[in-house]
Ligand binder design. Structure first.
Ligand code: ADP
Length: 399
């Protein structure tokens, strides 16, 4: 069965068509600038050249219509007609406390996702638009929602509660939810396979280090803590997000700079992180590493502060699980930067970690990058959220 995986943003739409049985990628693509001037579709059937179509896309329905047209096109298409798409898997950012696993999308589920909009005002409405557009164009095709928050719903109360008046949790569900769950789930399961151990017997720490970054602690096959919170702003220092700060800084800066709360939230989300810390040098770690290697202060302070925060979380989660068997690196920075992995792991001697430099220099595959005598293993596992969504979708529609 072919599964269409859809990841809808406010003005973008990423898609992949995956054969759920062989797990092969059949085609993928991206619609950009939906509803904005200059919208375009980039479509790539596997093994063939990319096709870029610059054409107005007023809304997501039109974007999905174009995607379906590309997939079924006589010359560059990959399926004869829409009946060859067995199901659609939608990435949904926030499932609140309602969704602890993926689910078949029904009218009730759409309503429940809508109820979570308040918790992810930038993301959930876009995800819902994607669902509505697919429903309009492929009304008979089953759809499954796969939630970024679901994997973290196993966290115990002591990990998800904040030290705030409990009534805020009762009234507004203010608590830690965590994100990147599809990636943390995929990577931790894959790590168990690579280690040749039972998932349920392991204590794992997954470091998803991309533009957005989060760490999770997975004990005996269940997530017990994660660094992102009510929103994706908490935790590690990210590309442009601050991660953890003293909440009193908000008031302090508001007074000093005469900014409103909304303006400060924009600073914390868009102008902070490694971008802000490096005095706007870059949010891309390749530039920051180059600056570090040139001996520039901006690169050095940014890379070291980032690595230190990752190290602190690893220490905290080792304590939370009373030990750790393996630490996994994934996402853009985690998968590609041997330099950052080295910076983090060189601070983890107390866990009996020695990096195997030759292994650490490799790329693009599942790797164990510690020496055989290391008591804690370090792995690199390329994440594949789309495949994970296709698997979840297939498992549900198969029933
Ligand atoms: P997201 O999905 O959150 O946008 P990704 O997982 O694609 O992010 O990661 C993007 C980040 O990965 C980039 O900002 C870049 O800093 C980092 N990155 C990618 N390749 C490399 C590399 N070779 N060396 C260092 N950093 C890299």
């Amino acid at each position: 069965m072919n599964i269409l995986v859809i990841n809808c943003g406010s003005s973008s739409l990423k898609f992949q068509l995956i054969d759920a049985v062989t797990e092969e990628l059949i085609a993928k693509g991206l619609c950009e600038r939906i509803g904005i001037e200059g919208s375009q579709l980039v479509y790539q059937p596997t093994g063939k050249d990319k096709i870029t179509t610059v054409t107005p896309m007023e809304d997501h329905t039109q974007a999905i219509r174009l995607v379906l047209k590309s997939l079924t096109d006589e010359t560059s298409g990959v399926v004869k007609d829409l009946s060859e798409i067995g199901a659609v898997g939608h990435r949904i950012v926030h499932g609140g406390e309602k969704f602890a696993s993926s689910t078949l999308i029904t009218d009730e589920v759409v309503q429940a996702i809508t109820d979570c909009n308040e918790l992810a005002p930038l993301h959930n409405p876009a995800n819902l638009i994607g669902i509505a557009a697919c429903k309009e164009l492929m009304p008979e095709t089953p759809m499954v929602g796969v939630f970024d928050t679901a994997f973290h719903q196993t966290m115990p109360q002591e990990a998800y509660l904040y030290g705030l008046p409990y009534e805020y949790y009762e009234k507004y569900k203010v608590r830690r939810y965590g994100f990147h769950g599809t990636s943390h789930s995929y990577v931790s399961k894959r790590a168990a396979e690579v280690l040749g151990k039972k998932y349920e017997d392991l204590k794992l720490i997954v470091c998803h280090l991309g533009n957005g970054a989060s760490v999770s602690a997975v004990k005996n096959g269940k997530c017990i803590d994660t660094s992102m919170g009510l929103t994706p702003l908490e935790g590690l220092i990210m590309g442009t997000r601050s991660g953890d700060i003293d909440p009193a800084i908000i008031e302090f800066i508001a007074h000093k700079e005469g900014k409103s709360i909304d303006e400060i939230m924009t600073v914390l989300n868009k102008k902070s992180g490694v971008l802000g810390l490096s005095s706007n040098l870059s949010s891309d770690f390749r530039d920051l590493q180059a600056s570090y290697e040139k001996g520039e202060d901006a690169g050095i302070r940014t890379m070291e502060t980032f690595a230190y925060r990752v190290t602190k979380y690893i220490g905290a989660y080792t304590a939370a699980m009373n030990g750790v068997d393996a630490i996994c690196f994934t996402a853009g920075l985690g998968e590609n930067s041997s330099f950052m992995r080295d910076m983090v792991c060189s601070r983890l001697g107390y866990l009996g970690i020695t990096l195997d430099e030759e292994q650490n220099a490799k790329r693009g595959e599942d790797l164990v990058i510690t020496t055989p005598d290391s008591t804690t293993k370090v792995l690199v596992i390329p994440t594949n959220e789309e495949l994970a969504i296709a698997r979840e979708t297939f498992a549900i529609v198969k029933k």
